[in-house]
Design a protein around this ligand. Structure first.
Ligand SMILES: *Cc1c(COP(=O)(O)O)cnc(C)c1O
Length: 357
């Protein structure tokens, strides 16, 4: 086995890949719980929107056909109804959009810049394409130093900036994002996976910048993580070449239908945002450990002198799954990331964390 891996597999796939959360079934069984609080993956705890479920049920009778040819026409129309008249591309999660953008824009050996600590998939996807990854450190308080970012990213074909940032929650201001987009020749990929929970709206920047891509996902506030759908606002020149580079019929019929339904359910989104904001406030008020400021549906918590791994393991014993931040590139080992779940899950977390610290 090892011999086959050594001689046949590309070097990058011999290294650590994407890190998944521990399984709730395993933790429930190990520690004897009937249910565990799932706060490690930043999902929407409310279940899918009923409108999304209804659209999927309608679409079931058509799954013997390929989905809408190439362009995911119905979803694109739903996105235009939701956001206005922008250009959109879609993918298998925003992860799929990130991967396809790198495939379109970056030759092997060229540079991709990443502001760290952050979401690990940018670097993994870039390396898989043979790119050189430049890590640009954030300041000690995890804000972005714009001048450092611009000078480090100036030769990059794509620079990734996440706001609100995963896992720190940190926001980057509209003005700072605009300064970076103005200064770069390459593409600025602004990852807005959590932007709906914040009070910033970067969409207006699309009008003035032909090197800006804003990535979005249906996995978080829209409650469709299991459907794997992402999309991006793109400059118009990028859309046709993106579509050439994408896998044919990328997003499947059921996912396209679910997304169309979810985008129509404004009430579900508003209810989610209200719930998240009120619990984020309680995390700050009640948790005895330092909770970092942020604009997402999760918070990062400093667990020192405990390590993030130890804190996550002790919370698992109390039936709570959180994310140790150890695997995030460029971050010290004493942080956990905790998202807002249902009321009972948040309560179980707060009582657990305050017992172990
Ligand atoms: C969750 C997440 C994504 C994308 O998720 P998909 O499920 O692939 O759409 C992208 N970026 C960040 C920072 C995320 O946390």
């Amino acid at each position: 086995m090892q011999q086959s891996v050594n001689s046949r597999v590309r070097d990058i796939y011999k290294q650590e890949g994407y890190v998944y959360a521990r399984s709730p079934e395993e933790i429930a069984e190990t520690y004897g719980f009937s249910r565990v609080a799932r706060l490690a993956s930043n999902e929407n705890p409310f279940g899918p929107s009923p409108l999304a479920v209804a659209e999927v049920q309608k679409a079931l009778a058509t799954i013997h056909r390929y989905p809408d040819t190439g362009g995911a026409g119905r979803l694109i129309q739903a996105l235009k109804d939701y956001h206005g008249d922008y250009e959109f591309v879609t993918g298998v999660g925003m992860d799929g959009v990130i991967e396809t953008c790198i495939r379109v824009l970056v030759n092997p050996g060229e540079a991709v810049a990443v502001s760290v600590p952050t979401f690990s998939f940018y670097g993994l996807a870039a390396k898989a394409q043979g790119a050189e990854v430049i890590k640009i450190p954030r300041r000690d308080d995890f804000t972005v130093d714009v001048d450092t970012f611009i000078s480090a990213a100036k030769n990059a074909k794509i620079a990734f900036l996440c706001s609100p940032n995963n896992p720190t929650g940190t926001m980057t201001s509209l003005e700072d994002v605009e300064r970076i987009a103005d200064a770069l020749d390459g593409i600025l990929f602004l990852d807005n996976a959590y932007v709906e929970f914040s009070e910033i709206d970067y969409r207006s920047l699309m009008e003035k910048h032909d090197n800006l891509v804003i990535g979005r996902t249906m996995s978080k506030v829209f409650g469709l993580a299991g459907c794997r759908i992402g999309y991006a606002f793109v400059p118009s020149w990028l859309k046709p070449v993106y579509e050439k580079a994408a896998t044919p019929f990328t997003v499947n019929t059921l996912s396209l239908s679910a997304a169309t339904g979810a985008l129509a359910d404004k009430e579900y989104v508003e209810r989610t945002i209200r719930h998240v904001r009120s619990w984020i406030q309680k995390f700050h008020d009640i948790c005895k450990l330092p909770v970092l400021p942020g604009g997402a549906n999760f918070v990062m918590i400093d667990t020192a002198p405990m390590s993030g791994d130890e804190c996550a393991a002790r919370l698992a014993e109390k039936g709570v799954i959180v994310r140790s931040c150890r695997s995030f590139p460029g971050l010290a080992d004493h942080y956990i990331r905790v998202c807002v779940g249902e009321d009972w899950e948040c309560e179980q977390f707060l009582s657990g964390i305050n017992q172990i610290c």
